[in-house]
Design a protein around this ligand. Sequence first.
Ligand SMILES: *Cc1c(COP(=O)(O)O)cnc(C)c1O
Length: 422
Amino acid sequence: MNATPFWGPDFDQLAQLDPQMADLLLRELGRLRSGLQLIASENFTSPAVLAALGSTLSNKYAEGYPGKRYYGGCEVVDEVERLGIERAKALFGADHANLQPHSGASANIAVYGAFLQPGDTVLAMALPHGGHLTHGAKVSFSGKWFNAVHYGVNRETEDIDYDQMRDLAREHKPKMIIAGGSAIPRLIDFAAFRAVADEVGAILMVDAAHFIGLVAGKAIPSPVPYADVVTFTTHKVLRGPRGGMIVCKAEHAAAIDKAVFPMMQGGPLMHGVAAKAVNLAECATPEYQAYARQVIANSQALTSTLASHGLRPTTGGTDTHLALLDLQGVGVTGIDAEQRCGEAGIVLNKNAIPFDPAPPSIASGIRVGTPSVTTQGMGVPEVQHIGDLIARAVLSTSSEERVAIRHEVDALVARFPAYPRG
Ligand SMILES: *Cc1c(COP(=O)(O)O)cnc(C)c1O
């Protein structure tokens, strides 16, 4: 079985022991290879990162931190974690880094734990305007256990309403202000958030899950100099393993470490920590910086092409890896667009647009992102072609049309394969 060169002999063993699961893993790899992946929060991590994830470090209990563990036998994983911490501090210019959060949500939970008591007030971006569940949504711990107040976007610009954010901060005196979200196509003015946080005496947390890869690649400004604490996922543009990370100012280091363990988590996933360290080394290369710039160039080209077909980008465009397209002008719902594109081999997601008249389960928009196609090596001409294909799929009226689009998708991904066969 040589379909998975980066798993090598281990995959052959799995195929013998559990052919059912081996078949599912190969099917998923086939799915990744056969369509266009435009989900803004996904990427194709490298074989080196996958190798670390598949290592025996998965076996090791290492509750605690390097040099201060609750278990013996940690001499090697101590070095692994120290290496990762040093790489994170250097890459982001941060005083302190914690690589243990299991996910972006876990990283955010830890920050609440470090700075807040239940019932305290948090000011964050509203979910329907591009925020995140963990920023005080009612269904999340953050909305159940904390008093969440939300700012949104300005109706005209569709970008963050900084005046509203400042006014709400003055009125509610939050203990913590959160900047960041899951569907913000524009750069965030971190200095403006810092000024408001200083004025009302709040901690400033930046949730950089979506855009931290662009920061790592030096393609957009960093929140690190402005924020008390920056949380992020490692699996989006950054292109590492699935997981979370926190970087913060030296004065908060002890509080953050205690909140991650033992307050919120047990033993770290050391194979994940190792894979994060591998990814951080990849991010420090000129190749990765070129990648980050190309992700944005591709996103802007894709967005312009979609706009030329009547799919309206909110805020008028994008500065980042993602765009939010309002489909009301072409009379198609988000859920129909997602479904039609899926049939055409284009994977993307429906998304609420600011002030969306439709319920979230239907939505009036779609969100598209270019991290994955850029990893595949596609550039501006290819994403312009993708824009034409998306528009055709969204506006299509028959399955035949969508099958025809799928053939064009197949031809395109054949030229830029994800995980090329060794
Ligand atoms: C993706 C994301 C998260 C959560 O990450 P998980 O790893 O899925 O828990 C948190 N915040 C923002 C802004 C995100 O985009």
